[in-house]
Design a protein around this ligand. Structure first.
Ligand code: EPS
Length: 389
């Protein structure tokens, strides 16, 4: 299952097309819209989110709430387009008073994108480099998520740290699969602990007062996976590499860890690897330090991915840059922006992980219709049971 998106941040709409969707999958537009609203939420967002009310309009591939096996097309409207029509229209001439963006922001795609594409207006770059595009990804991933849910897989995320404020966890890998989803969804920071949520909000208030922005870390967890998805046999087939690529595709992501991640490099082997046990007609593990991946395949334990997001590049107290027109030093451009978007990035990462996992299930159990996929998965589960007997 793959997606492609189109659309500029202040253009009329974002578009997503999802390919390789099996037939007979139940899809609810309400669930897609719920994920879109989760992506919009989070303390520290800027004025834009008071304008947008993201909703997915399904334009193809679904009939009476079920997929047809054809590409699914989705459209998310940019309500802010109404304020940008003269500057973003597809045809005609630029208005006489058009303000070009010539003071690229350090950390944004502005400068390098302008060099790459030979434009003298960084808006040509930033409109697409904007994380607004991730709304289309989340809408597209609604299909992958429903597919996984039918096969018993759930994906959620939570924020671990913002700036130097961090959730205290006694056993991060164990805790990851134990948090109460309601505590996460009702936190303005997607953080399961209310005191840490408040401290994160204070850090964001402080950053806002100083014209600063903040990054942070978050985890994505997937439960209900069967062991053996992915492969050890080819480099690109390793689920670890596919998941890393998918999470790194999200703007501003600077690090991805699986399980203990970098901490594993500091410990001796006996304190890293997860002893194998025989549970109730199934192989089990005494711990989940591997974060649900061994040899590029799922172990069947919760998949636990931690990602680090850098601070938003738009600063109200700007860094220095060079004006592309005058070639003189100047302050980088400042425009309405978010102070912190770590909770939103966590929801986007859920979407990216969903596509990788959905594709892995399709590779293992088929891709034509849900009835066949369910049957193949059940046969696989039965075979695993006989192995553990
Ligand atoms: C973004 C800048 C801000 C963010 C935007 C990403 O938009 P604007 O310039 O319109 O205020 O709000 O993210 C979204 C619009 C969104 O829906 O996530 C940027 O420069 O990357």
């Amino acid at each position: 299952m793959r997606y492609v998106t189109a659309g500029e941040s202040h253009g009329p709409e974002l578009v997503a097309i999802v390919e390789d969707v099996p037939a007979g999958l139940k899809v609810s537009a309400d669930l897609i819209d719920y994920d879109l609203s989760r992506r919009q939420s989070g303390y520290g967002r800027g004025g834009r989110q008071t304008i947008e009310r993201d909703r997915a309009r399904i334009v193809s591939g679904i009939r009476f709430g079920r997929t047809l096996g054809s590409p699914v097309g989705l459209v998310v409207e940019n309500r802010d387009w109404a304020n940008w029509t003269d500057r973003m229209v597809a045809d005609g001439q630029p208005p006489a008073n058009l303000k070009r963006e010539v003071t690229p922001r350090p950390g944004h795609a502005d400068l390098v994108g302008a060099l790459r594409t030979n434009t003298d207006d960084c808006r040509d770059i930033l409109e697409r480099a904007s994380a607004r595009e991730t709304a289309a990804r989340v809408a597209a991933a609604g299909i992958a998520r429903e597919f996984l849910a039918e096969l018993g897989v759930e994906i959620y995320s939570y924020v671990v740290s913002v700036g130097d404020v961090a959730l205290k966890e006694a056993d991060p890998m164990g805790d990851a699969a134990r948090y109460n989803p309601m505590a996460i969804e009702t936190s303005e920071m997607r953080c399961p602990d209310s005191a840490t949520t408040e401290a994160m909000k204070q850090a964001i208030n402080c950053a806002r007062r100083q014209g600063e922005s903040l990054g942070g870390t978050f985890r994505v967890v997937a439960t209900g996976l069967v062991p053996g998805l992915g492969t050890y046999a080819q480099a690109r087939g390793r689920l670890t590499s596919q998941l890393a690529q998918a999470v790194f595709s999200i703007p501003a992501i600077k690090g991805v860890e699986f399980g203990l991640g970098f901490e594993a490099a500091r410990r001796p082997g006996s304190q890293v690897h997860d002893p194998i046990l025989l549970g109730n007609a199934a192989f089990d593990r005494a711990s989940n330090n591997a974060g649900g991946l061994e040899g590029g395949m799922t172990t069947g334990l919760p998949l636990v991915i931690t990602a680090a997001m850098k601070p938003i590049p738009t600063l109200m107290t700007p860094l220095s840059t060079v004006n592309l027109e005058t070639l003189q030093p100047e302050e980088a451009s400042k425009e309405r922006s978010d102070v912190c978007a770590v909770p939103a990035a966590a929801v986007v990462a859920e979407a990216e992980v969903a596509f990788v996992l959905a594709t892995a299930y399709q590779e293992a159990f088929g891709n034509t219709c849900m009835a066949d996929i369910r049957q193949n998965l059940a046969a696989y589960r039965d075979r695993l049971k006989t192995l553990a007997r």
